[in-house]
Design a protein around this ligand. Structure first.
Ligand code: FES
Length: 132
C-alpha cells in the first residue's frame, strides 16, 4: 500500500479532532441520504482566525479522512486563507487524486466547513469564500 493510502486509512481509523465541540463560533451540519454520510463541522474563531476545528459524523473512508486532515489543516489559518481553499487544496492535502467518482466524498468536509464560515456573521463581506 502506498504512503498516501496508508495515511488516509490511518486518519479514518484514528480520526483527529472528532467529536462535538461545546459552544462553537460557527457550525454546519449536512447529510447525504443517498450514501448515508453525515457531517458536522465546528469552528472556534478568534481575531479572524480559526483557533479550533472539529468534526463529527460518519461516512466513507475518504470523507472521514478528509475531515480529519482538514480540521488539522485549518487550525491557525485566517478566514480569508480558508475561504481560498478549493478542491485542489483537498487533493493536495490527501496526496491522491480521488477521481471524479470520489471527489464529492473528498470535498464533503470542505463544503461543510465553508457553509459554517458562510453562516458566521462576522465573515468579511469581501467575497473571500470561493465556491468549490
Ligand atoms: Fe458518500 Fe463518500 S460515499 S461521501
Amino acid at each position: 500500500m502506498d504512503m498516501y493510502a496508508e495515511e488516509i486509512i490511518s486518519h479514518y481509523e484514528y480520526p483527529h479532532n472528532k467529536g462535538r465541540m461545546e459552544r462553537p463560533s460557527a457550525s454546519f451540519h449536512d447529510n447525504n441520504p443517498l450514501c448515508g454520510d453525515d457531517m458536522t463541522i465546528y469552528l472556534k474563531i478568534s481575531g479572524q482566525k480559526i483557533s479550533e476545528a472539529m468534526f463529527d459524523g460518519s461516512g466513507c473512508a475518504i470523507s472521514m479522512a478528509s475531515a480529519s486532515m482538514l480540521t488539522d489543516e485549518v487550525k491557525g489559518k485566517s478566514l480569508a486563507e480558508v475561504g481560498e481553499m478549493d478542491a485542489r487544496s483537498i487533493i493536495s492535502m490527501l496526496g491522491i487524486d480521488p477521481g471524479p467518482a470520489r471527489l464529492k466524498c473528498a470535498t464533503l468536509s470542505l463544503r461543510t466547513l465553508k457553509e459554517a464560515l458562510l453562516s458566521y456573521r462576522k465573515m468579511p463581506a469581501d467575497g473571500s469564500v470561493r465556491e468549490l
